[in-house]
Design a protein around this ligand. Structure first.
Ligand code: SF4
Length: 204
């Protein structure tokens, strides 16, 4: 497919799971994200295929209030580090750190008030979660009822898969009827980058 660039992220964000979509929305709203949000989002963007050069452009353009000097001294190194372009760990040279899985994001016990990283299914109150889902266009009563139930049972990633299935129900029906996708292609999603990839492929 075509290369993913800094300027394609806004439109691609329609395919992001709620954790990453929430980071993106907050970044656009505040022109800033805190450290752990930047890290979680940078690694995800790397995982969808954004090159280091384009990722630096993406963050530079997103931090509107910063001067070039501020950006270069405070943020650029961490982006390069996430990509393995700098840093002491020789084993990670050129690769950097892997994008976070749901398990890694869900098990973060240090997501405080006012922070936007983490998993909204786990780290938000259920009312805030439902509000956030509605703001992304998920307003189906049955789906939201199911989400509340899943979250009540601490089945956070199941709630996320439920939302995926609802948001892609027509496309899923079609590839199943076509026989172009097998059930294995529609396994439970346990990684934000899988969520993106599957959504992107289904909506082509
Ligand atoms: Fe993101 Fe995974 Fe949470 Fe879904 S379950 S919002 S993909 S961390």
């Amino acid at each position: 497919g075509t290369a993913i660039t800094a300027s394609s992220i806004d439109s691609l964000s329609q395919h992001f799971p709620l954790c990453m979509r929430n980071l993106h929305t907050n970044l656009r709203k505040n022109h800033h994200l805190k450290h752990f949000g930047r890290l979680q989002y940078t690694l995800f963007l790397k995982g969808i295929g954004l090159s280091l050069e384009e990722c630096i452009i993406f963050w530079r353009q997103s931090f509107k209030g910063k001067t070039d000097d501020e950006f270069n001294s405070q943020y650029k190194y961490n982006i390069r580090h996430a990509y393995g372009d700098v840093g002491g760990d020789v084993n990670r040279r050129g690769r950097g750190y892997p994008p976070y899985s749901c398990q890694k994001i869900l098990s973060d016990n240090n997501v405080g008030i006012g922070q936007t990283h983490g998993c909204p299914y786990r780290h938000y109150s259920v009312d805030n979660l439902v509000g956030l889902l509605q703001s992304t266009g998920v307003s189906d009563k049955e789906t939201l009822r199911g989400v509340r139930e899943d979250v009540g049972k601490q089945r956070y990633h199941i709630a996320c898969n439920r939302v995926f299935e609802y948001s892609h129900k027509n496309e899923i029906k079609k590839v199943k009827e076509d026989g172009t996708w097998t059930q294995a292609d529609l396994d439970t999603i346990v990684h934000p980058n899988t969520y993106f990839k599957r959504s992107y492929l289904l909506k082509q």
